[in-house]
Design a protein around this ligand. Structure first.
Ligand code: CA
Length: 298
């Protein structure tokens, strides 16, 4: 797969914000396989501390044969420290216990630099909201996060990436910056069975090691939901999704609902708005993921 035609219409190399997970890894394998030019990969705190996220991300990129720099994102949210109430959903090593199979890498120690160009964010929005507030020339943002009507996965109300930094999510979404949001409602419509994971393992060397980690989660949970790969597919080929302009805010101080995205579905929004993915061609997404990863070596 060559560089996506769609991507060529976006201005400049891509800034990727990841939070260290197996589906983040799959997203990176897609980008490498699709030959998307990457300006930097910003590792931001997720289910594990920043240093672990950054090291696993660096090792993954080396394993993918990608020379893009991995830089450190935020270690604290805009509204205060990230909550400690997190489970190591992707394993203590951010890679389902299989990070020993990745190539070694030097632990990243440089802080993130300006997000000047398009952004793919598959974690908390802290650095993205910071960049927009600072007046950096942030391009279109594609974000895996939030929820429209299916509730949350971190709490009953909140999706994990929104919950991590609700102040940042509200600043970005409420501020009207051009953003495509791929919510939990859509990503959970794309579960992968073991058969799909085996197809991933068979498609390339990169597919084999990312697929092995996905296989662990699939065995544990009975399915593997490739949230961040779905968002990457949305960036590479938005025609696979149905987009609706919506006013979206994020609850920053709820008693039970902190981190819940509130999507106004009464009518499509005027400007400013967020483009919300509300339906998906799930087979098309699966095929795009496999086609992209097929182009990635090791
Ligand atoms: Ca993620």
């Amino acid at each position: 797969m060559t560089t996506s035609r769609r991507f060529e219409t976006l201005a400049g190399a891509l800034h990727v914000v990841v939070d260290g997970g197996v589906d983040d890894g799959l997203a990176l394998a897609m980008l490498v396989g699709a030959r998307v030019p990457i300006a930097q990969v910003v590792a931001t705190e997720g289910s594990r501390p920043l240093e672990q996220t950054a090291l696993t991300t660096a090792r993954l990129l080396v394993s993918l044969g990608c020379a893009a720099p991995v830089r450190l994102g935020a270690a604290s949210g805009l509204g205060g420290p990230y909550s400690d109430e997190r489970d190591p959903f992707h394993g203590e090593d951010c890679f389902a216990g299989l990070s020993h199979r990745l190539h070694p890498a030097t632990p990243p120690n440089e802080r993130w630099t300006a997000l000047e160009g398009p952004v793919l964010a598959t974690g908390a929005l802290t650095v993205v909201a910071t960049a927009v507030a600072a007046g950096q020339k942030v391009g279109e943002v594609t974000w895996m996060g939030g929820s429209v009507s299916t509730g949350g996965n971190m709490t009953a109300a909140a999706e994990f990436n929104a919950w991590m930094d609700p102040v940042a999510a509200d600043a970005l979404l409420g501020g009207g910056h051009l953003t495509r949001m791929i919510p939990l409602d859509v990503t959970t419509r794309c579960p992968w069975t073991d058969r799909d994971v085996q197809a991933l393992k068979a498609c390339s060397a990169a597919g084999a090691f990312v697929g092995a980690a996905a296989e662990v989660l699939c065995a544990r949970d009975g399915r593997f939901v490739p949230h961040d790969a779905v968002a990457t597919a949305a960036m590479l080929d938005p025609t696979l999704f149905h987009w609706v302009p919506r006013r979206v805010r994020c609850e920053t101080a709820g008693i039970l609902t902190t981190g819940e995205t509130v999507v106004d579905r009464r009518r499509p929004a005027e400007e400013p708005h967020t483009l919300v993915a509300e339906d998906v061609d799930r087979d098309g997404v699966k095929q795009l993921v496999l086609n992209a990863v097929a182009g990635a070596g090791s």
